[in-house]
Design a protein around this ligand. Structure first.
Ligand code: NAD
Ligand code: LMR
Length: 336
């Protein structure tokens, strides 16, 4: 049997933490043959909840779970860590935008990035879930340098990707796994651009399938502009309004799929993830930006060479501008 992978989950006593732990321990993230050792990082106020989850993990007697350790010290929790899920952060409430959390959460991701740089395994990969996820990943990556290459840090936009697929599957009465080639561009925020220009359903271009169902190309474009894009981009706020708190099970599911595909590969399929830009599609280098990506099991690679028409380009540019603004705001706080 393979040696266990040390997986560190921050905010493990919170809602998403609770939804993640049991699925990771059951093998949903790395597959049935890969044992895991879990490290739960919490702040002192969250420690009892994390302890409770650890007791329940013991009671599940998962065969692939080779230990659970808790700490409130990032240097202990990230020691030898191969995979980090950075979840712990303050979630937004009704009426807030994710960017309102910048100052509150910037102070968390700097020290955690530094601890990852100092003590994690050489091949560590980290995904940031805590919002504002893209800019928190930027902060963590900058703080882990030069010990960890920046491209080992990613941020979660798989939830947005899955939301887009779910909306299309419902509108087209299709199975979600028949929908391919959806892309989320930009920030994990209301400015994101969910793009179907290269997407297909059952091998048919999504735009043609929508036109067929809605009575023409114009009606399809109107549905994408007026219903689909805002629905996906604002789905987080819709969940907060309906549930009274932010998405949990769907976020945990997306984080597991993000890490699974990054580690095991996408088999040639395209998904979406926020990765450190190397300037692809004109995005300023170093921003953590969502792109269509593939993975061969060794990290995400941006799918290059896709065409963005004028309107698509304008939507993407608006989201990138927001990322630049967040980066500048964090710089002004003296965090970067
Ligand atoms: P929660 O409040 O239930 O849990 C957060 C936990 O983090 C708490 O237990 C808290 O004690 C802990 N925490 C706070 N500061 C910490 C620190 N410095 N170190 C370790 N732990 C710390 O929140 P939640 O519902 O689990 O959401 C967590 C984050 O995920 C929020 O920022 C939320 O906005 C974000 N989120 C992101 C996505 C996405 O798609 N990227 C989706 C859903 C939620
Ligand atoms: C989401 O997209 O559900 C999360 O980012 C939570 C939020 O604040 O919207």
């Amino acid at each position: 049997m393979a040696a266990p992978t040390t997986v560190t989950i921050t905010g493990a006593g919170g809602q998403i933490g609770y939804a993640l732990l049991f699925r990771i321990a059951a093998g949903d993230m790395l597959g049935p043959g890969r044992p895991v050792r879990l490290r739960l990082l919490e702040i002192p106020q969250g420690m009892r909840a994390a302890e409770g989850a650890a007791l329940e993990l013991q009671d599940c007697a998962f065969p692939m779970l080779h230990g659970v350790e808790l700490s409130d010290d990032p240097r202990v929790a990230f020691d030898g860590c191969g995979i980090a899920l950075l979840v712990g952060a303050r979630p937004r409430g009704p009426g807030m935008e994710r960017a309102d959390l910048l100052a509150a959460n910037a102070g968390i991701f700097g020290p955690q990035g530094a601890a990852i740089g100092a003590v994690a395994a050489d091949d560590v990969r980290a995904v940031v879930v805590g919002n504002p996820a893209n800019t928190n990943a930027l902060i963590a990556a900058a703080s882990a340098a030069p010990d960890v290459p920046a491209d080992r840090f990613t941020a979660l936009t798989r939830l947005d990707h899955n939301r887009a697929v779910g909306q299309l599957a419902q509108a087209l009465d299709a199975r979600p796994d028949d929908v391919r080639g959806v892309a989320i561009w930009g920030n994990h925020s209301a400015t994101q651009f969910p793009d179907v220009a290269h997407a297909t359903v059952g091998g048919v271009p999504v735009i043609d399938a929508l036109a067929e169902r809605l009575g023409g190309h114009e009606a399809a474009v109107a549905w994408l502009d007026d219903v689909f894009i805002p629905r996906v981009a604002k789905r987080g706020a819709e969940i907060i309004e309906v549930r009274g708190s932010s998405s949990v099970a769907s976020a945990a599911n997306a984080a597991i799929e993000h890490v699974r595909d990054e580690q095991l590969g996408t088999g040639g399929a395209t998904t979406s993830a926020a990765v450190v830009s190397r300037g692809e599609y004109g995005v300023p280098e170093g921003l953590v930006c969502s792109y269509p990506v593939t993975s061969d099991g060794d990290g995400y690679r941006v799918v290059e060479g896709l065409t963005l028409d004028r309107r698509a380009h304008a939507r993407f540019a608006a989201s990138v501008d927001e990322l630049v603004g967040e980066r500048d705001a964090v710089r002004a706080l003296g965090v970067l």
